[in-house]
Design a protein around this ligand. Structure first.
Ligand code: 7PJ
Length: 276
């Protein structure tokens, strides 16, 4: 199960770590201190030497209540960083965006993955991804980021998330996105109560039946705060537990803030798997 990310070919039957690089002034967990391209590049270098196979560059905060960012502002934040990382580092650059224009421009600059938490629902997004012929992560979300936690509601969360992903894959396919370029993500925390998140975690392996590699992001999320009572700065142990569970349940990419520690946790799962 290989996937080609702008020339970098990875075996998706293995588990890889994606480091989060927020280029937002209001990022909830790093305070947005990696604002300038040079500082962002330094952080990316560190994550690559810690073992990240992907760097996920994001210029829009999807935190509930975050202020919206203009297209020009998002382009100004993200493009220089994508350019700098692809020029220097041996890593797949992923771009966390829902804006078709950002997808198009960053794909031209060498981005190897489009990570859209709105599942290509913005007008023209699927067409841009198809034309760029770049892999895309389609994530489940219920509602819009600013209001999604108001009243999350499902008949059966696993089945509802599956149906949504299947429908979004159909729309992407109609626009010309090739199946071998699609990754899926159940979208932890995106319009979900703690119970919904736990049901998705418990049944994660079933999403493999959809036939695409899985990407999972749980790092430092509020569901871990709800379980442990810990503040965001003290959620590393809980994040490692969630990463380990995800790796055991077949996730191909784990999106995290703490790359070095997560790489070690994933190595234990991989070693066990290779021995068995
Ligand atoms: C996710 C994401 C996730 C994917 C964010 C945060 C919120 N992209 N972007 N999956 N979460 N694919 O990191 O807490 O879970 S932003």
């Amino acid at each position: 199960m290989e996937m080609n990310f702008a020339g970098r070919v990875l075996d998706m039957s293995r588990c890889h770590v994606m480091g989060i690089l927020n280029i937002t002034p209001d990022s909830f967990s790093d305070g947005g201190q990696f604002n300038r391209p040079e500082a962002a590049l330094a952080r990316a270098r560190q994550m690559v030497s810690d073992g990240a196979a992907f760097i996920d560059v994001g210029g829009e905060s999807t935190r509930p209540g975050a202020s919206p960012v203009s297209l020009q502002e998002e382009l100004d934040r993200v493009c220089p960083v994508v350019e700098a990382i692809t020029a220097e580092l041996d890593v797949v650059v992923s771009v966390d965006t829902s804006a078709p224009e950002v997808m198009a421009q960053t794909a031209k600059l060498g981005a190897g993955l489009i990570n859209d938490v709105r599942a290509l629902q913005r007008k023209g997004a699927a067409e841009v991804v198809a034309k760029a012929a770049v892999p895309v992560c389609i994530m489940h979300i219920q509602g819009e980021p600013d209001t999604m936690q108001d009243r999350p509601d499902y008949r059966n969360v696993r089945r509802d998330v599956s149906s949504f992903l299947t429908e979004r894959m159909r729309v992407a396919g109609m626009a010309g996105v090739r199946p071998e370029n699609i990754l899926l993500d159940p979208g932890f925390g995106f319009g979900k109560s703690l119970e919904h998140n736990l049901q998705l975690l418990a049944t994660m392996e079933q999403f493999q039946l959809l036939g695409h590699p899985l990407l999972v992001g749980i790092s430092r999320k509020s569901m871990l705060g709800q379980i442990t009572g810990r503040d965001v700065s003290e959620r590393l142990p809980a994040s490692l537990a969630a990463a380990t569970i995800s790796a055991m349940k077949g996730a191909s990419i784990i999106r995290v803030h703490d790359v070095r520690e997560t790489v070690d946790a994933v190595k234990v799962v991989t070693a066990m798997r290779e021995a068995g």
